[in-house]
Design a protein around this ligand. Structure first.
Ligand SMILES: [Zn+2]
Length: 212
């Protein structure tokens, strides 16, 4: 580990690098490019993973997400199971959730703030009993956090706009990404659409509303 006291000349360089990084992150978030249109997912059956069933113990309280609500506001907006999963990083029961077998075309928004997170065009049947996707619509709106609870290393994923817990991502998914985003139905709100183009329109409308 490099001590900054021993290398005072590094301080301004580090500060400049940090400032550049923060400016870049801010610019990226404030001025999002048009997201890449979602591609059709190759449907495969991935391995069942009981790790989906374990809740998370990641502390997201200090992250300063753009959308902030009081606990009372969260409880008013969300049902009991939605609050438990999205705000307390719980996990719903497999197969006994509304979207695990949902094959309709449409958009999955964050239940906490309506951000478009997943598309039906990236959804596949993982056999786990939870909605599973090969990729998010836009990686910038889905935050990741290393979760080491239960003696295993998992990658927790959450809405980067309001911090609502979504689920975990595992490296055993089908093509094209090889990833399996194991997401709770309780963390999402499904909005039906007529086609993949219609989904893109909904996504772009959300971005346009943020830029205005
Ligand atoms: Zn959200």
């Amino acid at each position: 580990m490099i001590s900054m006291n021993r290398f005072p000349a590094l301080r301004p360089i580090c500060l400049i690098a940090l400032a550049a990084f923060l400016a870049g992150a801010l610019f990226t978030f404030a001025m999002p490019e048009k997201p890449t249109p979602p591609e059709t997912c190759a449907v495969n059956v991935s391995e069942s993973a009981s790790a989906c069933a374990l809740p998370s113990h990641v502390d997201l309280s200090g992250k300063g997400f753009p959308v902030q609500r009081s606990d009372a506001e969260w409880r008013e907006r969300l049902t009991e199971i939605q609050y438990h999963v999205a705000r307390n990083q719980g996990t719903e029961r497999p197969f006994a959730n509304p979207y695990h077998d949902n094959k309709r075309v449409g958009l999955y928004r964050c239940v906490g703030c309506d951000t478009p997170l997943f598309s039906s065009t990236d959804k596949f049947d993982s056999g786990t009993g939870w909605p599973s996707f090969t990729q998010p619509i836009d990686p910038r709106t889905l935050g990741e956090h290393r979760d080491t609870s239960y003696g295993m290393v998992r990658i927790e994923v959450h809405c980067a706009v309001c911090g609502s817990h979504q689920g975990h991502v595992f490296p055993d998914g089908p093509k094209p990404t090889g990833l399996r985003y194991c997401i709770n139905s309780a963390s999402m709100r499904f909005e039906a659409a007529e086609s993949a183009d219609a989904i893109r329109e909904l996504v772009l409308a959300w971005y346009a509303a943020r830029v205005d």
